[in-house]
Write a new protein. Structure first.
Length: 121
């Protein structure tokens, strides 16, 4: 017998939704035993701009390497960082999983940190 679930509220913004799920217990709103994995092929990861000061010689070496690979140098930096983080995670035995579970509700996509649910299962 499943217990009654609270209705998921509609949110005015993604920030409001994020704040709600950071403090709310999702098991009061969703029956995770009935959840199914979904693929969202058009979903783009969030990006943020950073300012990074590099020695001129290092930046020139990166640009040369990027030119040889025919990719923009900023993309090459992102690829190298991603590879390094991935190797480090594998070396330290960290599990690879998507970071978020996604659901559609009230015309918006709901993204909930997966770690919150993995620890409660």
């Amino acid at each position: 017998m499943s217990k009654a679930r609270k209705p998921i509220p509609c949110f005015a913004s993604e920030a409001e939704e994020r704040a709600f799920w950071e403090r709310a217990d999702s098991t009061a709103y969703l029956d995770w035993r009935r959840a199914k994995p979904v693929r969202l092929p058009n979903l783009q990861p969030s990006k943020t701009a950073i300012s990074l000061r590099l020695p001129v010689s290092l930046l020139e070496q990166i640009k040369i390497a990027a030119n040889k690979r025919d990719v923009p140098y900023q993309s090459l930096i992102k690829m190298w960082l991603s590879e390094k983080v991935g190797r480090r995670a594998r070396r330290h035995g960290e599990r690879y999983r998507e970071n978020f579970l996604y659901f559609s509700r009230c015309g918006m996509t709901l993204s909930i940190p997966r770690r919150r649910f993995l620890s409660s299962s």
